[in-house]
Design a protein around this ligand. Sequence first.
Ligand SMILES: *Cc1c(COP(=O)(O)O)cnc(C)c1O
Length: 234
Amino acid sequence: MNLQNRIERLQDELRALCQSQNRSFDEITLIAVTKTHPVELIETALKAGITHIGENKVQEAMRKLPMLISKNYSFHFIGHLQSNKINQLLSLKPALIHSIDSVYLAQKLHLALGRTNRMQDILIQINSSEEDSKSGMGFAEAEAAISEIACFSSLRIRGLMTIGKLDEPEISRPLFRKMKELFEHLRESNLPGVRMDYLSMGMSHDYKIALEEGANMVRIGSAIFGERTYGVHN
Ligand SMILES: *Cc1c(COP(=O)(O)O)cnc(C)c1O
């Protein structure tokens, strides 16, 4: 099956999943995670109907995105963000940064934005599985941190992001459910500067479960592009 077929098949599957949940497919954002993949392949994906792409390394995005001929896409930054890479990342004009995981990082981002006079849409990353290897805030600290981050006038909090366990996907179901609860709770709290529009969760192995538990943004790499091989250029 070629890339175009895989994308169509995935979109059909997402559409069917939405239908079975009485949701509209239009409210789901499919992000094709293009990390490790070459510019030509990304170009093909964009021609096949992909409109959102995700990268997890600033360096790699800096190298690839300027080479894309098609400009008809939104760029999502989904990886761990080091504060010394913020200015480079901002130069790529990300539509959404999914990985704000501390008040400190948010403040650095706010200060960098102050020099550009721009607003930046962000998601707050939650470490829902509470594994040390993952970034993100704990559920317990999230609400207080979000209230603080909301005070940075150049940031717009648009929702939450998490990474499920890289395991049997059912194991992540209760985590995704807790994410949805926090999402709804924050939505009802109506904090100034906080909008809960996007719940970014679900990858190739667990997007069905994430959608069933209320995700409206999925980040899918290998189910579109095949397995990744990490080489010297990634
Ligand atoms: C790589 C990555 C994905 C996509 O992973 P797949 O398993 O290939 O679908 C999603 N989210 C984040 C944060 C990633 O780093």
